[in-house]
Design a protein around this ligand. Structure first.
Ligand code: AMP
Length: 310
């Protein structure tokens, strides 16, 4: 199974209450690829600049991600993002976003990337997402992410991209912002009217909720980890676990979708334990499996009806 991902490949400057990194490899496509490559062959699509060297390629290629469609733009600079998390790790301030090589990027995918069974449009300009979507005609499952910036400055384009996908994964608050619906179920329904049949609301440290067109609702808490150091990329790691797991399955029924939520939750929980890609780079398959099993245990309960007083 092959998953093609397009999205930011970036240098991140990040400060959290627990430390900071001046410059580390980040980007939505990077975090996604590191997680999804536990389940399927991943092909990353996106431009990088002269400042992107062997060390960065090596991280991106962890667990075999194919970088043939990572385009080196001569004289260009890699996407740069500078963010800061405060005491409440659910909110962050963006100090700087430099699109750099993404500003003029026109994706031209190799045949191998076009032929992918599954496509993930990670966060980047919705026009770029759609250009990739149009080239991957044969994908049997297409999912996407986005963010408030694009809702603010490119909403029409974003909606046109949403119309072409099976699943939208978005932060809870952004889902409500996109649809103007303060209620999660109504917001999900509004998105499904645009086209997708699966909507996942990412709720940061509170977990994630999924609504599907057949009316099913499922939610998981975030896995309770003792040390959260840097939430950057948690959403993309979640998406990598969720979409990667589905790419490796023959069916996309409710049971598989729920398990995909568990794999997404497990990958995201490891991602936040250290800065950037540090933890997921050396994560093992056994650790992923163990965390999904723990998650199944801690979220399970047996209902035993009692006689309530009236
Ligand atoms: P997440 O924490 O999952 O929302 O993703 C964080 C990653 O998104 C960082 O590694 C950033 O490089 C990247 N990022 C931040 N802003 C943008 C943007 N406007 N477009 C695309 N990627 C972004």
């Amino acid at each position: 199974m092959t998953v093609t991902v397009v999205g930011s490949i970036a240098f991140d400057r990040v400060k959290t209450p627990f430390g900071e990194r001046e410059r580390m490899l980040g980007g939505a496509a990077t975090h996604f690829a590191l997680a999804a490559s536990f389940f399927a062959d991943v092909r990353a699509v996106g431009p990088v600049g002269d400042d992107f060297g062997d060390a960065e390629y090596e991280i991106l290629r962890t667990r075999g991600t194919n970088t043939d469609d990572v385009e080196h733009v001569e004289g260009g600079k890699t996407f740069f993002w500078h963010g800061e998390y405060h005491f409440d790790l659910n909110t962050r301030t963006t100090h700087d976003t430099q699109l750099n090589v993404f500003e003029t990027f026109e994706p031209k995918l190799s045949q191998a990337s076009r032929d992918a069974d599954v496509l993930f449009l990670a966060n980047i300009q919705p026009d770029v997402q759609r250009q990739v979507r149009e080239q991957c005609e044969r994908a049997r499952f297409v999912a996407m992410d986005s963010m408030n910036l694009w809702i603010d400055i490119a909403r029409d384009s974003l909606v046109r991209t949403i119309e072409t996908v099976d699943a939208l994964l978005l932060n809870d608050a952004e889902l409500k912002q996109l649809t103007g619906e303060p209620n999660l179920l109504n917001a999900a329904r509004a998105v499904m009217e645009m086209g997708p049949r699966i909507v996942v609301a990412k709720q940061g440290e509170y977990g994630a909720a999924m609504v599907t067109r057949d009316g099913s609702f499922f939610a998981l808490p975030a896995f309770p980890v003792e040390t959260v150091v840097d939430p950057t990329g948690a959403g993309d790691s979640f998406a990598g676990g969720f979409v990667g797991y589905l790419a490796a399955q023959d069916q996309l029924d409710d049971a598989h979708l729920r398990r995909a939520m568990a794999y997404g939750t497990a990958l995201a929980s490891y991602n936040v334990e250290e800065f950037g890609t540090e933890r997921v780079q050396r994560l093992t398959a056994d650790e992923v499996t163990a965390r999904v099993a723990d998650l199944a245990r801690i979220t399970h309960f047996e209902d035993a009806p009692i006689q309530l007083r009236v």
